[in-house]
Design a protein around this ligand. Structure first.
Ligand SMILES: [Zn+2]
Length: 390
């Protein structure tokens, strides 16, 4: 038998189980308790009905939420783009080509440097309450460099995505078709063993609809599940391609036509919104309210990367989503936890229910609403990942 721990005197518990508590999507229980057994949640309910356990932890009336599920990040990289950010904030627009700077630095870095960088950012995220991390390749753009990135990512993150089609490699600037052949051929063969997902940046200056379709269908033929960088910088075919191919997620969704929104509403693809990118590029916010009102499932994620969104903070993204994207505090919390889990097709994270991983964040606040009510304040005080205090 594993050791059991009773976390009790939880002022406000977010379970994301609408079948318990107040019956809302958050499944809120006041004066609650949770029992952790080994790496899993064993029991959830009112504190006065909690069973005995080996150990006891007093939450002192604070709020307990599921650990954040960050379903979109780019953490295998080297180098720094402070100068680019500084220039952009001085009035120069962001273009997809800035990625080349990070590609050059990443190729030049040793394995140890890349691994140390990745571990640092995963720990930084964990301290801020993120207990599930997806990360991507995409700064190597050669067969060996992409496979190396994924090999390192698979050692330290929960979900790994092959993004050889981030931009056309500078080595193939004159022949993008040949680069797509490389990505869908030898690069995919080398990378597929380390990844669950295949992704493509479907965007002007990156890959058009036909190229994106070729990348995704080749990955699917190798058993990878698609997700798409779609409709970030311009209107385009990304979202509808994602829905058509049954992608788990269409990410960014900043510039959408009514047809795009209708397609998302009719399909199973989650719309993952990444407000750190709009913040860091002074771009138009994605309209979460429009998506939610249409019945689309929305996730929130950081897009943590050194170029366009260098934040690992899910609470920051929640605050932006509430302030500027029309989400309620409840919706934003759901999207940053259960929504991220949906975008990764996981039902064992993002919820505090019996059988799920004991991934928990205790806030120095009486309610999850404080995550947007008190923006910028480090409210995450204690984190458990798979039942272990971080
Ligand atoms: Zn991204």
């Amino acid at each position: 038998m594993s050791t059991t721990t009773l976390i009790t005197r939880i002022g406000s518990l977010v379970t994301n189980d609408p079948g318990v508590g107040d019956g809302s999507p958050l499944g809120l229980i006041q004066d609650a308790a949770v029992v952790v057994e080994g790496d899993r949640v064993a029991w959830v309910g009112p504190a006065d009905r909690a069973p005995d356990a080996d150990l006891m932890h007093d939450a002192e009336g604070r709020a307990l939420i599921p650990g954040f599920v960050d379903s979109h990040s780019h953490l295998v990289f080297a180098g720094d783009r402070t100068a680019e950010f500084n220039a952009r904030m001085s009035g120069h627009p962001y273009q997809a080509g800035g990625i080349r700077t990070t590609v050059a630095a990443t190729r030049a870095a040793g394995d140890e440097e890349l691994e140390a960088n990745l571990v640092r950012y995963v720990r930084e995220a964990l301290r801020q309450g993120t207990t599930t991390v997806e990360t991507k390749s995409g700064y190597g753009l050669t067969v060996d460099d992409e496979a190396r990135a994924l090999r390192i990512a698979a050692r330290h993150t929960d979900e790994v995505t092959f993004l050889g089609a981030h931009i056309v490699s500078p080595d193939f600037a004159d022949d993008p078709a040949a680069y797509v052949d490389l990505v869908t051929g030898p690069m995919l063969d080398a990378c597929a063993p380390y990844a669950r997902w295949v992704d493509v940046f479907c965007e002007k200056g990156a890959f058009d609809g036909d190229q994106a379709r070729a990348v995704l269908t080749a990955g699917m033929a190798k058993g990878l599940v698609p997700r798409v960088h779609a409709n970030q910088l311009s209107y385009g075919p990304g979202v509808q391609l994602a829905v058509e191919l049954g992608a788990a997620s269409a990410d960014h969704c900043t510039l959408l036509t009514d047809e795009d929104v209708a397609a998302l509403a009719a399909g199973t693809t989650v719309a993952t919104l990444l407000p750190g990118a709009e913040f860091s590029t002074r771009a138009q916010w994605p309209d979460a309210r429009r998506l939610l009102d249409a019945g689309v499932t929305v996730a929130l994620s950081t897009d943590c990367n050194p170029g366009s969104s260098f934040t690992s903070s899910m609470p920051f993204c929640i605050a932006l989503a509430v302030r500027d994207m029309g989400m309620t505090p409840d919706e934003a919390l759901w999207s940053a936890t259960a929504g991220g889990a949906r975008a990764l097709r996981r039902d064992d994270v993002g919820r505090i229910v019996p059988g799920a991983y004991a991934d928990l964040a205790l806030l120095d606040a009486p309610s999850h609403v404080h995550l947007s009510y008190r923006p910028g304040v480090p409210l995450v005080s204690e984190v458990w990942r798979h039942g272990v205090r971080a």
